[in-house]
Design a protein around this ligand. Structure first.
Ligand SMILES: CC(C)(COP(=O)(O)OP(=O)(O)OC[C@H]1O[C@@H](n2cnc3c(N)ncnc32)[C@H](O)[C@@H]1O)[C@@H](O)C(=O)NCCC(=O)NCCS
Ligand SMILES: Nc1ncnc2c1ncn2[C@@H]1O[C@H](COP(=O)(O)OP(=O)(O)OP(=O)(O)O)[C@@H](O)[C@H]1O
Length: 199
C-alpha cells in the first residue's frame, strides 16, 4: 500500500485538493477529523487538556471549546507545544489504526491529509509527500476570508506552523494552488496519471 502524505500551510488548499482526490475515488484519512475524534467527551486527551488549560476550555455540555483553546495556543508557542505533546500521540495512534484497517481491506493507495504532517514528525511514515503551495499574500487573504479572522489573528495561525517555503523544500511533488481551482485540478490529474504509471 502506498501512503501519500498531503500537507501544506493553513488555508493553502489541502481540503480543496483532498476533496478532488476523494471525488477521483482515492481513500483519504483526514487528520483534522481524527484530531476532533480524539477530544470527544470521555476521551483521555480531553481530560488531559482540561487538567493543563483549565475548565474554561470546555463548553457547558463538556465538549471542547475549540475557539477558547485556539485563542490560548495560537500565538503562544509554549502552550501550543503543551497541547501538541498531549494530543499528537493520540492522533498518531488513531491514524496508524486507520492505516492498518485500510491495509487489511486491500487498499492500494491512501492519502493522509494532515496540516502539520511534517511538524508532527510524520514525514518518514509516508511514501510520497505532496505539498500544496500558495503565495504568502494569497494564503493570508484566503485564511482571513474563510475564517473571518483579522490580519493579526490570521498571521498568528500561519506562524504557528513551519513556513510553507520550508515544507516545499521537503516535498516530492508540489501543487501550486495560487491560480484557479481548475488549474490546481489539472496538476492533480497529472499526479494521478504518474501514480497510475508507477502502479
Ligand atoms: C487548537 C484547536 C482546538 C483549534 O480548533 P479550530 O476548530 O479553531 O481549528 P481547526 O482544528 O479546524 O484547525 C484549523 C487549522 O489550524 C492549523 N492547526 C491546527 N492544529 C495545529 C497545530 N497543532 N499546530 C499548527 N497549526 C495547527 C491547521 O492548519 C488546521 O487546518 C485545534 O486546532 C487543535 O486541537 N489542534 C491540535 C491538534 C492538531 O495538531 N491538529 C492538526 C491535525 S494533525
Ligand atoms: N485556487 C483557489 N482559488 C481561490 N480560492 C481558493 C483556491 N483554493 C482554495 N481556495 C479557498 O481558500 C480557502 C482555503 O482552502 P482550503 O480550506 O482548501 O485550505 P486548507 O489547506 O485545507 O486549510 P486548513 O489547513 O485550514 O485546513 C478556502 O476558503 C477555499 O475555498
Amino acid at each position: 500500500m502506498i501512503i501519500i502524505g498531503l500537507t501544506g500551510g493553513i488555508a493553502s488548499g489541502k481540503s480543496t485538493v483532498s476533496n478532488y482526490l476523494r471525488e477521483k475515488g482515492l481513500t483519504i484519512i483526514d487528520a483534522d477529523i481524527v484530531a476532533r475524534e480524539v477530544v470527544e467527551p470521555g476521551q483521555p486527551a480531553l481530560a488531559e487538556i482540561v487538567t493543563t488549560f483549565g475548565p474554561a476550555v470546555l463548553h457547558a455540555d463538556n465538549t471542547l471549546n475549540r475557539q477558547a483553546l485556539g485563542a490560548i495556543v495560537f500565538g503562544h508557542q509554549t502552550d501550543l507545544d503543551k497541547l501538541n505533546a498531549i494530543i499528537q500521540p493520540f492522533i498518531h495512534q488513531r491514524i496508524e489504526k486507520l492505516e492498518a484497517q485500510y491495509r487489511a481491506a486491500g487498499a492500494k493507495v491512501i492519502v493522509l491529509d494532515a496540516p502539520v504532517l511534517i511538524e508532527a514528525g510524520y514525514r518518514d511514515n509516508v511514501d510520497l509527500l505532496v505539498v500544496v503551495n500558495v503565495t504568502s499574500e494569497l494564503q493570508l487573504q484566503r485564511l482571513m476570508q474563510r475564517d473571518a479572522l483579522d490580519s493579526a489573528a490570521a498571521k498568528q495561525r500561519i506562524q504557528s506552523q513551519l513556513a510553507l517555503a520550508e515544507k516545499v523544500k521537503l516535498a516530492d511533488v508540489v501543487i501550486d494552488n495560487s491560480q484557479s481551482i481548475a488549474a490546481t485540478k489539472r496538476q492533480i490529474d497529472e499526479l494521478l496519471t504518474r501514480l497510475d504509471t508507477l502502479a
